[in-house]
Design a protein around this ligand. Structure first.
Ligand SMILES: NC(=O)c1ccc[n+]([C@@H]2O[C@H](COP(=O)([O-])OP(=O)(O)OC[C@H]3O[C@@H](n4cnc5c(N)ncnc54)[C@H](OP(=O)(O)O)[C@@H]3O)[C@@H](O)[C@H]2O)c1
Length: 300
């Protein structure tokens, strides 16, 4: 299987390189070698590579900055995926694309299913929603995997930030009114690879029958406060923490340029019904992720 992976140095992309490598050849590309904001560069790239599978792990993911860079967010999150999906269909390649829980406004009060109406609160969510819609309309063997609160331990993420804050501050304030499902990038990459294994020798035909939008995030959900508490509990170098208290805060205490949904957990039942796969409970995944960090006394 020849796989073109766009965004191979991002949180998810870095993990995908490793998870997909047993399936065949993986050609990874990232900015600036490919700039998805310049659509003219995309077609020659695809036609030169002629992959069987295209995985788009890129994204304009700076939620707050997107409010003042709407055109750039739109180009990377909506225009480029549209072009990629069309070209994938024309060349008979599978297209896998990722989207976000931030397409929802967060007022439903229970986990969102795929048929719930999106209503993004900010430019990032709006641009991702337009990307989803364009990919769906392109047809072919396209999967749109909507996920939430993606973290890795090797790039800046909520997990690495909480670990750093706990070493710098005696008191932490984390919001208790933002709720979703933390998703370890490593496991999202692994389940993407498992999906391609299931797709067998003719992945285009198999996935064309199952194309469409799926929710795929760590099982269960929690607030950012609960997530932060779990991060500190599973920290293998707890003795380095100087933090003495974690105080609950509300989103309104930390004004940001972009509004975020308060409750945006995703119900992933449809994905597990169709593919027989599911991501583990967010807390178990976090514990496993944290156990891969060096223990006290080990070299970093
Ligand atoms: N992070 C989350 O909490 C979250 C939640 C829900 C959904 N998602 C979605 O999941 C996917 C992966 O997210 P992630 O957290 O892995 O993102 P990430 O770590 O921010 O990585 C994004 C990747 O896209 C690349 N990129 C940015 N602009 C580009 C451009 N103009 N041309 C080519 N490549 C470009 C980045 O390259 P550079 O590093 O060089 O900029 C990076 O490799 C995205 O679709 C995102 O919307 C993420």
């Amino acid at each position: 299987m020849h796989i073109l992976l766009l965004g191979n140095t991002g949180q998810l992309g870095w993990e995908l390189v490793r998870s997909l490598s047993t399936l065949g050849s993986v050609q990874g590309m990232d900015y600036p070698a490919v700039n998805l904001a310049e659509t003219a560069s995309i077609l020659p790239l695809l036609r030169g590579v002629r992959p069987q599978v295209i995985i788009n792990a890129t994204g304009y993911t700076a939620v707050d900055r997107a409010e003042s860079e709407a055109d750039l967010a739109q180009a990377i999150n909506a225009t480029a995926p549209e072009l990629l999906a069309h070209e994938a269909r024309k060349m008979g390649a599978v297209f896998i694309h990722y989207s976000t829980d931030y397409v929802f406004d967060g007022i439903k009060g229970s986990p969102y299913v795929e048929s719930d109406d999106p209503n993004p609160l900010g430019v990032y969510g709006q641009s991702k929603l337009e990307g989803e819609q364009a990919v769906a309309q392109a047809g072919g063997a396209a999967l749109i995997l909507r996920t939430s609160w993606v973290y890795s331990l090797r790039r800046d993420s909520f997990v690495t930030k909480v670990l750093a804050w706990a070493r710098q501050q005696k008191s932490l304030r984390l919001v208790s009114d933002q709720i979703s499902g933390p998703t370890w990038a490593h496991m999202l990459a692994e389940i993407t690879a498992q999906l391609l294994v299931k797709a067998g020798t003719d992945p285009y035909a198999w996935l064309a029958e199952r194309r469409g939008l799926y929710h795929l995030a760590g099982s269960g959900y929690c607030s950012r406060l609960e997530w932060g508490e779990a991060i500190l509990r599973f920290d293998p170098r707890r003795q380095e923490q100087i933090v003495q208290e974690i105080l609950p805060a509300v989103t309104a205490d930390f004004p940001t340029p972009a509004r975020r949904p308060l409750f945006s957990a995703l119900d992933c039942t449809h994905f597990s019904n169709v593919f027989g796969l599911r991501l583990p409970d967010w807390e178990q995944a976090l514990q496993l992720a944290m156990s891969s960090l060096p223990q006290a006394g080990e070299a970093r």
